[in-house]
Ligand binder design. Structure first.
Ligand SMILES: O=C(O)CCC(=O)C(=O)O
Ligand SMILES: [Fe+2]
Length: 408
């Protein structure tokens, strides 16, 4: 999935880019981008970059560059750095909105989001996903059973094949339940050491007046068992499944955020505990570092009423908006109900979401493996800041918990 290199990132001058680069990109990719824009129902998008104003309009089977923003259905005001990031796939519309750098009314935000795959099409020459583009084939050529799970006795080549095709895995009974109980108890012991605003945790308010730590980062510093798990060969077996050299990058210290422990309370009314549909690359840098692997270790089970994860199969292969789902998307949504000790794996560009629990809390650990990478990761500190401040700036929709066996 990687087609950009950090070595090529430059400080983009909007006036120069508009005059020298964009016209050639539109000549080369305008027809393809227009098809995507029509499919998604995109109307003219205006930009005002520190006074440099222009509109991209899908007309006459191409995308036309027009001066000014008077014809735009929505106009995005941006500073130079953010525009440079946007063009070079370092920050996305969702990153700019989460940081409140762009603060559009919600309907306009969705209009901007929907343009993102079209912008990538114009700039990167990557077609927008079209219904019917993506199929699922098993290693023997038969249709892939997307509900399949694997266990330790299954063949790594088959598991790796499924991951490449579907973009996710459900590994059953990967860890013993007594280890999960130990990790859960470590979470209980650690949670008091975290404080709102400490830069290593996320928080959410609940309908009973609680202020709960929902994400304990750097958890290996609090749990010997978690640290041991990160270097256990049974865990590292997962990194080797794609055969692309994925590694954790963890050097065995407490000062790295190698593993995050999530506690998902009932009745969240403010903050971010349960995430709506997103790709993990949805804040940026997709074309520099995807696909990474995100590994979720189910400390408790997660079912339909207890916070399960769901994924969109094949979405890692699709140029689609990386946040929320446009109704035209034809790819299957697959729930992944897990028991304690199960592991889920999703790729950094696989769409996924976690359903708010309504009957019992869920606990899960997240860690990951990345592709080999050399040198500076341009803009990653900007994206990190957006991610870490997100729970203070945006909020999930309030959740109603289930009482006495029925939803209220
Ligand atoms: O809540 C979950 O299980 C998923 C969390 C997630 O998707 C994320 O942290 O990016
Ligand atoms: Fe995620």
């Amino acid at each position: 999935m990687r087609y950009r290199s950090d070595a090529d990132v430059f400080d983009l001058d909007p006036a120069v880019w508009l005059a020298d680069d964009l016209p050639g990109l539109l000549d080369a990719h305008g027809g393809m981008a227009h098809e995507g824009a029509v499919m998604l129902g995109c109307r003219p998008l205006g930009f005002d970059v520190e006074g440099e104003a222009f509109t991209l309009a899908p007309v006459d089977e191409t995308i036309r560059l027009q001066p000014g923003t008077s014809c735009a259905a929505v106009t995005v005001d941006l500073d130079r750095q953010s525009f440079s990031d946007l063009v070079q796939d370092i920050q996305t519309p969702q990153a700019l909105a989460t940081a409140k750098v762009v603060d559009l009314p919600v309907a306009d935000h969705f209009r901007f989001l929907k343009w993102w795959p079209v912008l990538r099409s114009i700039i990167d020459g990557r077609p927008v996903h079209s219904p019917g583009d993506i199929g699922f084939t098993d290693i023997d050529g038969s249709p892939l059973d997307l509900t399949r799970s694997f266990d330790s006795d299954d063949d790594d080549e088959e598991i790796g094949w499924f991951l490449r095709e579907a973009g996710f895995l459900h590994l059953k009974d990967w860890w013993p339940t007594d280890l999960m109980a130990e990790l859960s108890s470590d979470m209980d012991d650690a949670v008091g050491d975290y404080m709102r605003g400490d830069g290593r945790s996320w928080w959410a308010r609940t309908d009973d007046g609680g202020d709960r730590c929902v994400r304990l980062q750097y958890f290996q510093a609090c749990s010997v068992a978690a640290g041991q798990m990160l270097v256990d060969e049974h865990h590292l077996r997962i990194a080797a499944l794609p055969g692309d050299g994925h590694a954790s990058g963890w050097e065995g210290t407490d000062g790295e955020n190698a593993i995050e422990a999530l506690i998902k309370p009932l009745g969240v009314v403010e903050g971010i505990s349960d995430l709506p549909w997103h790709k993990d690359c949805s804040l940026g840098r997709h074309s520099y570092q995807c696909c990474g692997m995100t590994v979720g270790i189910s400390v408790t089970g997660g079912g339909a009423d207890t916070g399960q994860l769901a994924v969109v199969a094949g979405s890692h292969r699709a140029n689609v908006q990386p946040n929320f789902i446009h109704p035209y998307l034809d790819l299957p949504r697959v729930p992944l109900p897990t028991g304690a000790g199960d592991v889920t794996v999703h790729l950094s560009c696989t769409l996924h979401m976690s359903r708010p629990p309504v009957t019992a809390e869920r606990r899960v650990l997240y860690t990951g493996f990345g592709l080999p990478h050399e040198g500076e990761r341009v803009g990653s500190e900007r994206i990190s800041r957006v991610r870490e401040e997100a729970y203070t700036k945006v909020s999930q929709a309030p959740v109603r918990r289930e009482r006495s066996g029925r939803r209220v």
